[in-house]
Design a protein around this ligand. Structure first.
Ligand SMILES: Cc1cc2nc3c(=O)[nH]c(=O)nc-3n(C[C@H](O)[C@H](O)[C@H](O)COP(=O)(O)O)c2cc1C
Length: 248
């Protein structure tokens, strides 16, 4: 299947996995890439750049297909700006296929030189964001693609409640680089909808938890499959770091 996303990332299907702290590990990442999508290793799983390098190499031992690394540029006590820089340098050094950047845009956080460094290393830069304004910035700053993440996703970057359904066409008609849809996508119907709305493919995360290759406890997977559409809630909105979670 050809789309702007498959062409950009040299993958068979326009499906990628989103960053998942503690779950997006080499086993799941390589299984997704081997199946023709784009697997994801989440940098925040690792305490140092060298640990991330080992994980990248471990993944390369499991797949010869492209995969990406998520770097989440959000305030954190454990992950300092120096560690973010280390993650970024290691990814460029290792020449990973792509970086999924969430939170602050990397050109503002690490400087415009980061975009140049990624380009020289052949690393595609993809920014996960939640507004047309931020997508226009990514386009002009030299990113290769954006992920349009609506309120349905685990951590919509803003607190405006804009849905995936609204965001995908608005961003698609506003920028020239490929748009990948995220938030509430779990199957082929969601992929078809994303593409009709102007997207070039999808990012899914929650759906990948309910797989054999994900290390989450089997009871969590069972619960995930059993729950209904009204069984989630948003937490941490008051500190502007909202996350969508299963209701207890
Ligand atoms: C368990 C879990 C952990 C996540 N951790 C991160 C993370 O560390 N960084 C990030 O940018 N997004 C994270 N996300 C968000 C996903 O990458 C993705 O944007 C979102 O979940 C897509 O929506 P979906 O779950 O409806 O498919 C996480 C999502 C889940 C479900």
């Amino acid at each position: 299947m050809w789309t702007k996303m498959t062409e950009l990332l040299d993958i068979k299907y326009p499906v990628m996995c989103g960053g998942m702290m503690w779950l997006a590990l080499p086993g799941l990442c390589s299984a997704i890439s081997n199946a023709g999508g784009l697997g994801n290793l989440t940098a925040g799983n690792y305490d140092t750049g060298e640990e991330l390098r080992d994980a990248i190499r471990e993944t390369r031992g499991l797949t010869d297909k492209p995969f990406c690394v998520n770097i989440t540029l959000l305030p954190s006590v454990r992950i300092t700006k120096e560690l973010h820089q280390e993650y970024f340098d290691v990814c460029c050094d290792e020449g990973v296929a792509a970086l999924e950047i969430s939170g602050a845009p990397i050109d503002r956080y690490l400087g415009e030189v980061a975009v140049e460094q990624a380009k020289k290393s052949g690393v595609k830069l993809i920014h996960k964001l939640g507004s047309v304004r931020h997508a226009r910035h990514a386009d002009s700053a030299g990113y290769d693609a954006v992920i349009a993440a609506g309120i349905e996703e685990g951590g919509h970057p803003l607190d405006d409640d804009v849905t995936t359904m609204v965001l995908t066409p608005r961003i698609s008609e506003s920028i020239s680089i490929p748009v990948i849809t995220a938030g509430g996508i779990a199957d082929g119907r969601g992929l078809a909808a994303a593409m009709v709305l102007g997207g070039s493919g999808v990012m899914m995360a929650s759906r990948f938890i309910a797989t054999d290759e994900c290390l989450a406890h089997p009871r969590i997977k069972e619960e995930l499959v059993k729950r209904q559409e009204n069984d989630t809630t948003l937490i941490c909105r008051s500190i502007k770091l909202q996350m969508r979670c299963l209701n207890n």
